[in-house]
Design a protein around this ligand. Structure first.
Ligand SMILES: Cc1cc2nc3c(=O)[nH]c(=O)nc-3n(C[C@H](O)[C@H](O)[C@H](O)COP(=O)(O)O)c2cc1C
Length: 185
């Protein structure tokens, strides 16, 4: 049975929820899937041999990714490259069709520029606006980002922009990746 590991970083829980949905869709399609946050992966270690496909997901914070994401990649580039692999990012600008593609999402392009790991497969996923759960400074900053990108600025807004059917189909796509050769042997 094809086994997929979904590694993720998440401060607000939405990328964790996306990772869980990916795992559920893999299991519904007959595969096996585990998810592991980067904190746990760093503390407990990863048994890479158990998996046929490895996936890493990270949300965008202020135009970039949490330092733990690049630190993990730097420490585990060899293991990530050894299996068929994929990277997904989560951002609210990806709610528009033009920023929901790998080419049109500048955060994905930035990742490809700065990451020492060049994933074999990429996915852009729209995240969640959740002003009530954010502190005043984050709220202010994200209101500015939203103003520039014509998104919601009302402080009471909670909008989940994630296309959950598309996330499920990404999960099934990950299973199919196991058939492909890894980026590097
Ligand atoms: C501090 C902070 C900064 C953010 N900066 C951006 C940003 O620059 N661009 C963007 O599209 N979304 C931005 N977002 C939105 C997040 O990417 C989105 O809410 C995502 O779903 C958060 O995932 P998480 O719940 O797993 O942490 C930001 C969110 C927070 C809390």
């Amino acid at each position: 049975m094809t086994s997929v590991l979904v590694l993720y970083m998440s401060k607000g829980g939405h990328t964790a929820r996306i990772s869980r949905h990916i795992c559920e869709s893999i299991e519904t399609a007959g595969g096996k899937a585990d998810m592991m946050g980067l904190v746990e992966a760093n503390k407990e270690g990863v048994d890479w041999r158990r998996y046929d496909v490895v996936v890493l997901g990270a949300p965008v914070y202020y135009g970039t990714y949490d330092k733990s994401v690049y630190d993990f990649i730097t420490a585990h580039k060899t293991e990530l490259d050894r299996k068929p692999n994929s990277f997904f990012n989560v951002s609210v600008v990806a709610r528009t069709p033009e920023k929901s593609t790998v080419e049109g999402n500048r955060y994905m392009q930035k990742f490809l520029e700065f990451s020492p790991w060049k994933p074999q497969d990429l996915k852009v996923i729209a995240g969640k606006v959740d002003y009530p759960s954010w502190g005043w400074l984050d709220t202010l900053m994200i209101q500015m980002i939203m103003k520039f990108t014509h998104g919601p600025t009302d402080r009471s807004t909670v909008i989940d922009y994630t296309d959950w059917d598309d996330v499920a189909s990404y999960g099934r796509h990950l299973l199919a990746l196991a058939e492909k050769a890894p980026a590097q042997a």
